[in-house]
Ligand binder design. Structure first.
Ligand SMILES: Cc1ncc(COP(=O)(O)O)c(C=O)c1O
Length: 355
């Protein structure tokens, strides 16, 4: 659905009105101070955006993406949704929860062997009534191919399947975080916080690129520091710019490039290109995806013990370690308000430690 008016998208507007969307969570998510962690890191004005409390299942970032993706699925008349991921995929269990809520069947394709025990996200998906398919060990490409085959089989059975591709890191799924950028900006204005820095995780890049797109549309009110937890920065950048291009096509909104008929004084003259509002760091990736670093392991304990908030290892703890690093390096000065986006993933925590 292309938006009609691509000339004005100020902070009070909803640039995504017109997209089919189902309400799955509670928004806005809370914005809180982190005074104790701030003291530890030597930062005076540290905040946390609690997207671990999005309200569906045990919360997390993918709730926002699913609002758009399931909105699309329903608009297209789907009766079954297929998502894919590892056994502890946060997306999979949130898709199972969302499908349960809106009355759609959910099939989850896992590129792994059946688990020995039901733990974490696997346990939740089972409770939500999703049907698991265990593909055995497969690459991302092989898994995507298998998902298409599952969809084709369902189609032959007379079902109307809807596939969630790329871990919801598609232009449509990413729009969930475009609206999150607007939401955070509005919250900060309401609370009188002149936020300067946002720190967010980047794996497949949907979450961060949606946020960057929204921040660019808003005219760069804060800088977005993306902590890569999966790919080298160059690869994440490529993925993010591809997603942002897709979002531009989908919405008809192009930050940084005024529409030809745009009057010189319109808000568009303040718009900046998405590339200018973000910096991507792969310095905190350590041994790679899901391999903890000493700093991320520390955060798994520091944040709960200082603030009463959990973080799991794969995404949030590494991103938080990135935030700490950026403060220590002076990239985020101690007096400039900074916000960590907590993307959740809580269920996975219960499968990450065995003692
Ligand atoms: C808890 C959590 N945080 C962050 C991310 C990163 O999101 P993206 O793949 O959109 O970069 C994910 C992705 O699965 C996630 O589950």
């Amino acid at each position: 659905v292309a938006l009609q008016d691509n000339r004005h998208y100020p902070a009070d507007a909803d640039p995504l009105r017109g997209f089919p969307r189902v309400r799955l969570g509670f928004f806005p998510t809370p914005l809180q101070g982190l005074p104790n962690l701030g003291r530890l890191l030597g930062h005076d004005r540290l905040y946390i955006k609690r997207d671990d409390l999005t309200g569906l299942s045990l919360g997390g970032n993918k709730t926002r993406s699913l609002e758009f993706l399931l909105g699309d699925a329903i608009a297209r008349g789907a009766d079954v949704v297929i998502a894919a991921g590892g056994l502890q995929s946060n997306l999979c269990s949130l898709t199972a929860a969302a499908c349960a809520k809106v009355g759609l069947k959910c099939v989850l394709a896992h590129n792994d062997l059946p688990p020995q025990a039901l733990q974490g996200n696997m346990l939740l998906s089972r409770i939500f009534g999703a049907e698991p398919v265990f593909l055995g060990r497969r690459t991302e490409e092989e898994r995507a191919q298998a998902v298409q085959e599952i969809a084709a089989d369902l189609h032959k059975e007379g079902r109307r399947p809807y596939v969630i591709e790329n871990g919801a890191s598609t232009p449509l799924g990413a729009l969930g975080y475009t609206s999150a950028a607007y939401e955070l900006h509005k919250q900060c204005r309401g609370l009188g916080i002149s936020l300067k820095h946002v720190v967010i995780a980047g794996a497949m890049g949907g979450t961060a690129s949606g946020f960057v797109f929204g921040t660019a549309l808003l005219g760069h009110p804060f800088h977005v520091h993306v902590i890569s937890v999966e790919y080298p920065a160059i690869e994440l950048r490529k993925r993010m710019l591809g997603l942002i291009e897709g979002m531009e096509r989908l919405t008809g909104l192009t930050p940084g490039r005024p529409a030809p008929d745009c009057p010189a004084a319109s808000p568009l003259t303040h718009m900046v290109a998405p590339e200018d509002v973000m910096t991507i760091y792969d310095d905190y990736l350590g041994g790679g995806y899901a391999v903890p670093t000493p700093e991320s392991l520390r955060m798994v304990h520091d944040l709960p013990r200082l603030e009463g908030i959990f973080v799991e290892n794969v995404y949030a703890a590494k991103t938080l370690a990135g935030l700490a690093g950026l403060i220590w390096r002076g990239i985020i000065p101690s007096s400039e308000p900074a916000c960590f986006i907590h993307t959740g993933g809580m269920a996975a925590l219960f499968a990450q430690f065995s003692n």
